[in-house]
Design a protein around this ligand. Sequence first.
Ligand code: GLA
Length: 395
Amino acid sequence: MRPILPRAIRLLVAIPLMGGMTATRPVDNGLARTPPMGWNSWNKFGCDVSAQLIRGVADAMVANGMRDAGYQYVTIDDCWQVSRDANGTIVADPQRFPDGIKALADYIHAKGLKFGIYTDAGRKTCEGRPGSYGYEVADARTYASWDVDYVKVDWCNAEGLHAPTQYAKIRDALAGSGRRIVFSICEWGSNRPWEWAPAVGNLWRTTGDISDRWSSVLTLVDLSSQYWHVAEPGSWNDPDMLEVGNGGMTNTEYRSHFSLWAMMAAPLIAGNDVRAMMGTSPAAAATRDILLNQEVIAVDQDSLGVQGKIVEASPSELQVWAKPLADGSRAVLLFNRASVPSSITAEWGSVGLETKKARVRDLWAHTESSSVDSRYAATVPAHGVVMLRVWPIPN
Ligand code: GLA
């Protein structure tokens, strides 16, 4: 299940694709050995970001268990920046971030979390704020001086620019900044990033933006799942941030969304109002059950770093996915895309297990069967999943 070409050879293949670029250093920052986990402001709050919001989110991530479950990076997306000063240094919105960004980073670090920020490789961000084009080195230095741990770099207002070249400039600027910063490439899969981004960033979007609808989840899964062979520790396909808890899907659909992201070794970046997760409402409890499911998170974060893939799909709406894990087990997903409940069967042979018997744990029901022969069948709800972890029992 490892990529067909070893990483060194893939980099040699990738580098000529960067068209005329002289820098050939692969991204080698030692970061993101497992898919990044955290929270980002965009899906729920859009441009309505402030220090007060971000502090409240950090507080909530400690109180509601997210930090301890592995959600680490707290990232402010677009709209924190307003201008550049006379020296060209990027300036944060003084009304919304009155104490500056460094003070906010300090607050987040004091909570045991890490701090992320957003920019754009073009001239302006998608919301028309100053972009980093021409300021790559200056911005990387500024972020380092603010103790930024993660930067997401968008691709709006980049007409005429060559994505691999611009993103490599930012990679090199970050490498020279004196701080180790996770580099999240966000060009929406529009320049075939799976061919060059592993040598440039730690994660790269494979798709356009997610929306809080089931059809969007399906679209993103169908795109990002194609590039399973490219993912490995330090470099991940990114089918965009999570919508779990935002209200546009059923709990069954949100559970599928989260399970599919875990099977794809996707970054788990929550995009909901995590301050509302502590309440006693059924919606808060359901969101907690999903985002804090440690057994599903463990599949995403497994140290082998292999992206799971579809191993059976006949008919095409009834899928079996498998992801090999470091301890020799497999994560197995029975995924029903149809609009009626359906029975789905995983054969041990097709999920890559050679033994006849296996121990099976249901990662949502939290139940276990100690010895299951040859295959596992379940009735899966419409738009739902049954997610298993399967350990082979030696014959
Ligand atoms: C693009 C990105 C989103 C978000 C917005 C901000 O659409 O893909 O994730 O960052 O820009 O403007």
